[in-house]
Design a protein around this ligand. Structure first.
Ligand code: UTP
Length: 425
């Protein structure tokens, strides 16, 4: 009994001294008013936090990642329009062979909060308004199943969720019988999270006994694959490549054999599909070389004159927009599952509990959310395969309620390509 009590006191003391050391005394004050169980719960959460990492992200919050003296240049790429018929066939054959041999897995990153779309529930459960009312998950499952049947082998499907939407996601699949996909080939994994902090660097509380943790970006993918055992599962299955995509792309050509074959035959650890930017000032990440290494730079990081730079043919020199469709080789993922890529800090409106224990739902950004981006792994590869594809055939992101990249734009693109989806079920 005494030792149990001692252990508990120890836990509380450790949490308190950490909080003091990192100027988080408001949490200590809050902790003092809690019941024993609640104190324990909060202390355990505090001990999960990497305060050094948090403090570093806070210190670097406004430094642009484009440093002085850095050199950017266009990245070489293949273009779907100029790929010869023979090359296309060769890549497709290789891709199909890898799929048949069970060497390819697929991961969908679905741990985001979809705040711009404002859909209550996991984004993959969203119905973009097709007559059939298929959700994004259903569209993806059906395409994946079709390809699996074509190659005669079910493709393992890893689904990255967040602690916030995990249960709802799994339940959605269960209640729809996995849309016909074999349940044992679906591996749901929860991604990592980071605490949110206010503009002064103070931790936000979600309730008296809980810190506010938020999913910390799709760049948590490799670490989360490892922590959850999915990486081990991939190893056991003998997978050599993982096809990666965003849950909100209504046109995703999941595990496209040509892209798989190209990635494999080019022998670089990463491959990425890109689309042409629609206009120079479009707010997208751009694929390029930075100090001779593959990279994606945010549009905010590009100096204006570079954004408008033209090549000898008069085309935009930096025209390759990120579509978030990538391939990562298994050995690269294993090698970098513990690599600490940087956190990007975004100011957001985050509901929280104030010192009077009231829940505040702000309308304007009040706090920082920390996110890692998957493309920060790109510079760790010496070279990367890049394939330019047609936006209208492969890229229909559902980000906003209306306007650009909305359910309406995605629906229109999808119906143009798959008119059969215009018929109700
Ligand atoms: P976005 O950056 O578009 O974020 O994610 P989001 O959460 O979907 O939407 P907003 O910004 O809140 O409106 C791109 C992809 O990365 C996934 C998303 O689910 C989406 O597929 N993602 C994002 C994660 O898996 N985890 C995260 O922590 C963040």
């Amino acid at each position: 009994m005494t030792s149990e009590r001692e252990a508990m006191e120890n836990l509380l003391n450790q949490a308190e001294s950490l909080l003091h050391a990192y100027q988080q005394d408001h949490v200590v004050r809050c902790m003092k008013e809690l019941s024993v169980e609640e104190k324990q719960k909060l202390a355990a959460q505090v001990l999960r936090v990497d305060f050094d990492q948090l403090a570093q992200a806070y210190r670097n919050r406004s430094t642009s990642s484009m440093g002085q003296g850095e050199h950017i240049s266009p990245i070489p790429y293949f273009d779907v329009d100029t790929l010869s018929k023979e090359a296309n066939e060769q890549y497709e054959e290789r891709g199909l062979e890898l799929l048949r041999d069970g060497k390819i897995g697929v991961i969908v990153v679905a741990g985001g909060q979809g705040s711009r779309l404002g859909h209550a529930g996991p984004k993959g459960t969203f119905d973009i308004g097709l007559p059939s009312h298929k959700s994004l998950f259903q569209l993806q499952a059906e395409r994946l199943l079709q390809l699996s049947l074509r190659v005669g082998r079910i493709i393992p499907w890893y689904l990255m969720t967040s602690p916030e939407n995990h249960e709802d996601t799994v339940q959605f699949f269960e209640s729809h019988q996995y849309f016909g996909y074999p349940a044992e080939e679906c591996f749901f994994l929860e991604q990592n999270t980071m605490p949110a902090m206010d503009h002064e660097g103070k931790l936000l509380l979600a309730s008296p006994s809980e810190l506010h943790f938020a999913p910390s970006g799709n760049g948590e993918c490799f670490a989360s694959l490892k922590r959850s055992g999915a990486l081990e599962d991939m190893g056991k299955r003998g997978l050599t490549w993982l096809f990666y995509y965003n849950v909100d792309n209504a046109l995703i050509q999941v595990a496209d054999p040509v892209f798989i074959g190209m990635a494999d035959l080019q022998h670089h650890p990463i491959a990425s599909k890109v689309v042409f930017k629609e206009r120079p000032e479009e707010k997208v990440g751009m694929v390029c070389l930075r100090n001779q290494r593959p990279a994606i730079l945010e549009y905010t990081e590009f100096p204006e004159h570079v954004l408008n730079e033209r090549n000898d043919r008069g085309d935009l020199a930096y025209a390759l927009a990120n579509s978030s469709i990538h391939m990562f080789r298994y050995d690269f993922i294993s090698q970098h599952a513990d690599t600490q890529i940087p956190f990007h800090v975004a100011s957001k409106a985050i509901p929280h509990m104030n010192s009077a224990r009231e829940i505040i739902v702000p309308e304007v950004p009040n706090a920082y959310k920390l996110e890692r981006f998957i493309f920060d792994f790109f510079p760790l590869a010496e070279e990367m395969t890049v394939l330019r594809v047609e936006r209208e055939k492969e890229f229909a992101p559902v980000k906003n309620k209306e306007g650009e990249d909305s359910p309406l734009t995605a629906r229109n693109l999808l119906l143009r390509l798959y008119p059969e989806e215009g018929l109700s079920e």
